[in-house]
Design a binder for this molecule. Structure first.
Ligand SMILES: Nc1ncnc2c1ncn2[C@@H]1O[C@H](COP(=O)(O)OP(=O)(O)OP(=O)(O)O)[C@@H](O)[C@H]1O
Length: 666
């Protein structure tokens, strides 16, 4: 919260009474925590139950900690009488009640709190007055009233404006106090609904995705605790930037990972054209064929010997079993089923001979040498790596698997120029990781989570989307992105296509249009690139005018530009073409700074950021070095430049020796 001064027109008695409510709420929270600490797990019967109960109690105690710098409540609603709920409600990050169970603070996610975000003079939702609180450190220092029951307009909120304008330092913060009505609608959409949000830079997509996760966990606690919620972001630097938002909202059990973290950290270099073919959804059919091509037509039967007897399953019978299993099961369960079916036939023969074998005998036969040998020949044991290795190193095999799904040119592109000696020594690319995951799922079903939040989804290939879709097959997703910020060889041009490959065709596409980060002057400058990178998108709007926020300087020194912004408040990102990181670091040798790496969670006031890592991040002051080189470095370089130019909260300085890209100067 911003540092509000106590304005002369704020009635001090009202403020004092609100401060008293804060003190009472704090004391009540302390008592709740003490009570939780006093509970003993001994009541649970056995040792295991005791351990589980103790861990739950520990979590409860941790969740009830009071963080003096985080306001316990940030809003108040005075409601019309007419229902069983209290007339006055304080809205905060968690429920707090007194010794008599009277609610002192209501969780922002509770249904009754929705009016704090949604009520307006046109639809007051039973609210007569909404009050927003301003804090300085942990102290309540100001408030602002919005009368909703009297009709008429409500002016802009100072507390909201101050929150948006505040200088950025450190990791991303939650926005519970200032969620806007259109954002709130997304946050509170039902668990079953997959929502896809298109939004220009800084419209709060990431913030909304994280708050939706927190909302769903509150509303469906038990179900989601069992099934799990996961956030997937573009890189580790981004994950580190967003890592404190959910814990600050009391949600510590959410996995946050990257696509590579989920599918395998493979990063062998690859021609973007090859990666694009590998990322195409047509590969799914190719992989499926490739896997099942490993099944060999049975030419022999099985002979199982027990004592003096020999029990035979004929070759045609084996063929029938294999044919009936094929296509009805995944690959690995199919193998196991083949062994069991063969064993079953042996058992039938035993019974025909008057024996009465039980289930244990069937298992023993299924594991016996002759059955195992036949299964290994007909339905061989495989790993995803073995199948993909064969596909990428054997053109004949690829041709059989590809049929007409891939053109001869595409097939030629896929085959490794220099094949590896074996599947064990193969180096896989990021695109291969999604193919391996598809194969793994064809072999063994991938477990589904309860909810998945996918950020920067415009950058994912169809095969990566399928991989993520498997992980929310029995659940739902929040898909976030901006078609204009697509920088991969497979970036999408339509959200409908993203939803289709994710397997969430019913998902609803919605848009956030108002920017909270980038000043208007800077956003208008960056938007000059839009006709070239995403002509179908409307120019983004910013809440903040930001007059004087843009400087474009030919021949300027980066050290001087950095020294200038160091005199101002807030974080500084010097975003540079990846190839210039070392040069710029040398140029800034006299100023303390750090370089952001792909796996680093480097926190420093002055940070050099390689252009390819800037996605999703923001800095108070941004210095962009040599835009022409950023554009030239990659096929979708203009989109990369758009990302880079839209990271600034307060000021953007563009330094260039080379001519600026023509799209920026027109
Ligand atoms: N309702 C809000 N109140 C206050 N701050 C907000 C609000 N919505 C978004 N913000 C702030 O705006 C900034 C941008 O938000 P966020 O990073 O979620 O945007 P984004 O749409 O994901 O941007 P990008 O596409 O550039 O990654 C963040 O600092 C966020 O905290």
């Amino acid at each position: 919260m911003p540092g509000h001064q106590l304005a002369p027109d704020i009635p001090s008695d009202v403020l004092a009474s609100e401060q008293a409510h804060l003190a009472e709420s704090r004391a009540a929270l302390k008592a709740m925590r003490a009570h939780a600490q006093s509970l003993s797990a001994d009541a649970a019967g056995d040792w295991v139950s005791q351990q589980i109960l103790q861990s739950l109690l520990d979590q409860r105690v941790a969740a009830l900690a009071d963080h003096p710098d985080t306001p316990l409540f940030f809003g108040r609603l005075d409601r019309q009488a007419g229902d069983d709920l209290p007339g006055t409600i304080y809205v905060g990050r968690r429920h707090v009640h007194d010794g008599g169970s009277k609610p002192l603070v209501i969780d922002w996610r509770a249904p009754v709190s929705q009016a704090f975000y949604q009520a307006s003079p046109a639809d007051p939702m039973g609210v007569v007055r909404r009050r927003r609180f301003g804090y300085h450190g942990g102290a309540l220092t100001a408030f602002e009233d919005e009368p909703l029951g009297e009709g008429g307009e409500i002016g802009p909120s100072r507390i909201l404006t101050d929150e948006i304008e505040r200088p950025r330092t450190g990791p991303m913060r939650d926005i519970v106090a200032t969620i806007q009505p259109d954002q709130d609608e997304i946050v509170r959409s039902t668990l079953a609904q997959t929502v896809c949000v298109q939004g220009a830079p800084g419209t709060g997509k990431t913030a909304v995705g994280l708050h939706r996760a927190a909302y769903l966990l509150y509303t469906h606690r038990e179900r989601l605790a069992r099934a799990g919620v996961m956030i997937v972001g573009p890189n580790r630097a981004f994950l580190s930037y967003i890592s404190s938002v959910l814990p600050a909202l009391g949600e510590v059990k959410v996995d946050q990972t990257t696509v590579a973290g989920l599918l395998g950290e493979h990063a062998a270099e690859e021609d973007p054209m090859v990666a694009a073919v590998k990322g195409d959804a047509r590969m799914a059919a190719v992989l499926e064929r490739a896997l099942w091509l490993h099944i060999v037509k049975p030419e022999e039967g099985v002979v199982f010997t027990k004592g003096v007897y020999r029990y035979r399953v004929a070759d045609y019978e084996v063929r029938e079993i294999v044919a009936s299993l094929r296509g009805t099961t995944r690959y690995n369960p199919g193998r196991a089923a083949l062994a069991q079916r063969l064993a079953h036939m042996v058992l039938v023969r035993m019974e025909q001979r008057g024996e009465s074998p039980d289930d244990r005998v069937q298992d023993a036969v299924a594991r016996s040498k002759p059955v195992k040998q036949l299964v290994d020949t007909v339905w061989p044991k495989l790993t995803p790596e073995q199948v993909l290795y064969r596909l990428l190193s054997d053109p004949e095999f690829l041709k059989k698997a590809a049929k007409s799904d891939l053109s001869p040119d595409e097939q030629e592109m896929l085959v490794w120029r220099k094949p590896y000696r074996s599947w064990k020594s193969a180096k896989w690319s990021a695109a291969d990781a999604a193919l391996l995951d598809e194969l793994r799922d064809l072999m063994e079903r991938t477990p589904s989570l309860g909810h998945l939040v996918v950020d920067e989804a415009q950058d994912l290939s169809e095969m990566q989307l399928r991989a993520l879709g498997r992980r929310c097959r029995n659940g739902s997703a929040t898909v976030l992105g901006d078609l204009a910020q697509g920088t991969t060889p497979w970036s999408t041009s339509s959200w409908e296509s993203v939803l289709e490959h994710l397997g969430q065709r019913e998902g609803e596409v919605t848009e956030l249009t108002l920017g909270f980060r980038v000043p208007r002057e800077v956003l208008d400058y960056a938007a000059r690139l839009l006709p070239s990178i995403a002509p179908e998108l409307a120019a983004p709007r910013s809440l903040r005018p930001g007059v004087g926020s843009l400087t474009v300087r030919p021949g300027g020194s980066v050290a001087q530009a950095a020294a200038e912004v160091l005199t101002r408040e807030g974080s500084i990102g010097v975003i540079v073409p990846d190839a210039l990181v070392a040069d710029v670091s040398r140029a800034l040798a006299d100023l303390p700074h750090a370089v952001l790496g792909p796996d680093s969670d480097e926190e420093h006031r002055l940070l050099i950021v390689p252009a390819t890592l800037a996605k999703g991040l923001e800095y108070d002051h941004v210095i962009v070095v040599e835009p022409a080189d950023i554009v030239a470095a990659e096929p979708r370089g203009l989109a990369r430049l758009y990302v880079v130019l839209t990271r600034a909260v307060t000021s953007l300085t563009v330094l260039h020796d080379k001519p600026l890209p023509a799209e920026l100067t027109t």
